[in-house]
Design a protein around this ligand. Structure first.
Ligand code: GDP
Ligand code: MG
Length: 166
């Protein structure tokens, strides 16, 4: 099995940290055919029976005014082609404009979107539910995975869920 997973989130939520943890040293060189230029390959996770290619879609994170319609459309197009989108948010910050802009775009997709609530090490466990509920009022998520990319909590669970999705 193999599939593409896009990781989306405003700056500093921990996307690179999570990918480094997942992909680690196993970053592979992809064939030319695998991706178009509109996607940026961040890493490839490989097990005996599965390969997941993580991509970043430059443009989807950026406020509209900084990009032409062409680039925004390109970024959307890339998202329609993946098996799952990981929308990463920060557990210890309130949902902001940047998050809302991304949600607005993700709502239009047919692709399953996972809500990844990162940095749970920075909050009290009792506060997690409110964070999840707040985002869940905005759209339906295929899965909700709270984790800590730096400490590793729940990263295995995420990979199991992705394996099921792909
Ligand atoms: P990106 O911009 O989304 O790629 O975010 P980065 O991966 O560069 O992370 C931004 C900052 O958040 C860095 O200082 C990370 O060390 C920190 N960070 C990422 N994940 C976690 C986490 O789970 N817990 C804590 N406490 N910090 C984190
Ligand atoms: Mg980054």
């Amino acid at each position: 099995k193999s599939g593409f997973v896009a990781i989306i989130g405003r700056p500093n939520v921990g996307k690179s940290t999570l990918l480094n943890r997942i992909v680690g040293q196993k970053i592979a060189i992809m064939s030319d055919k695998a991706q178009t230029t509109r996607n940026k390959i961040q890493g490839v996770y490989t097990t005996d029976n599965m390969q997941i290619v993580f991509i970043d879609t430059p443009g989807i994170h950026k406020p509209k005014h900084r990009l032409g319609d062409y680039m925004v459309n390109e970024a959307y197009g890339a998202l329609q082609e993946v098996e799952a989108v990981l929308f990463m948010v920060n557990a210890d910050e309130k949902r902001g404009k940047g998050d809302n802009l991304i949600i607005e775009r993700l709502q239009k997709l047919d692709v399953p979107v996972f809500l990844i609530v990162n940095k749970i090490d920075k909050i009290h466990p009792d506060d997690l539910l409110a964070v999840i509920q707040d985002y869940s009022t905005q759209m339906d998520f295929a899965e909700v995975v709270p984790l800590s990319a730096t400490q590793g909590n729940n990263c295995e669970t995420l990979m199991q869920l992705l394996e099921e999705q792909i």
